[in-house]
Design a protein around this ligand. Structure first.
Ligand code: MF3
Ligand code: CO
Ligand code: CO
Length: 257
């Protein structure tokens, strides 16, 4: 399969899916507290999606057992919701992909459990800002490498590292399409982006070294050095002069308006 270029009517449906994903992430904002389990988050999220006539794309995707990914502290991505209890000071990424009317909306953000450390807060802010910076340069004609360069140069200047083992992806009718969106790279490298392309940007940033490993469950990716990791994700569509952020939250994404 080659890289899809979606039409204006596809963009409307992508916006609908993206909006539901953003609403779901907003719904969770005041629910993440010390003492709850990640399974509880999975449960209330699944219910919320169904109430909004959406289903969850991750459920049973390549055998993934739950509706969402919950990645706590040194978990980089693909954490499986479980009986694990969240404690004061934890940081957790919640990654939601809704499927609505034939299209996907994929986004994630970080949630603080109680009061995380100063270092954890800085990691979260730098990761969030790296995604915002990448989104702001999007328009037809830039190279995929420009996206990676924007993220990597900022993150490394702040003293953190960019995960290389996982990347963003084309998305639309399928959950994961071409191309891969690397969060590191060099200016002008790779293919040029075109109007109608739809993809995610989802930088995973580590407080320590960039290396990761996958646990025996076949999913949970963690930092090799056990350092904290943060991630933010949006689904975007390239327009004639910039991009539309399908998963934008008017409440939360005040840095992207
Ligand atoms: N939502 C994740 C992404 O950003 C993918 C999760 S796949 C799963 O691409 F199977 F782990 F759910
Ligand atoms: Co994604
Ligand atoms: Co995702």
């Amino acid at each position: 399969m080659s890289i899809q270029q979606y039409t204006l009517s596809d963009f409307k449906k992508l916006k609908k899916a993206g909006e539901i994903t953003a609403k779901t992430l907003d719904f969770l904002e005041d629910k993440i507290k010390p003492g709850i389990t990640t399974d509880y988050i999975d449960k209330i999220t699944t219910k919320f999606l169904h109430t909004h006539n959406a289903t969850s794309a991750p459920l049973f995707y390549k055998g993934f057992p739950k509706s969402i990914c919950t990645s706590v502290n040194h978990v980089v991505c693909h954490g499986i919701p479980s009986e694990k209890i969240l404690n004061d000071g934890d940081i957790v990424n919640i990654d939601i992909t809704s499927y609505v009317d034939g299209f996907h909306g994929d986004a994630s953000r970080m949630y603080s459990v109680g009061t995380p450390s100063v270092k954890a807060n800085k990691l979260i802010e730098v990761t969030r800002e790296s995604l915002a910076k990448a989104i702001k340069i999007l328009k037809p004609g830039i190279a995929l490498g420009d996206i990676g360069h924007e993220i990597q140069s900022f993150v490394e200047k702040e003293g953190f590292s960019v995960v290389k083992d996982f990347c963003g992806h084309g998305i639309g009718r399928l959950f994961h399409e071409e191309p891969s969106i690397l969060h590191y790279g060099k200016k002008d490298q790779g293919i040029k982006i075109k109007e109608g392309m739809v993809f995610t940007i989802e930088p995973m940033i580590n407080a320590g070294k960039f290396e990761t490993k996958v646990l025996n469950d076949g999913w949970t990716a963690v930092t090799k050095d056990k350092s904290l990791s943060a991630q933010f994700e949006h689904t975007v569509g390239i327009t004639s002069n910039g991009c539309e952020i399908f998963t934008l939250s008017n409440k939360y994404d005040t840095n992207l308006h």
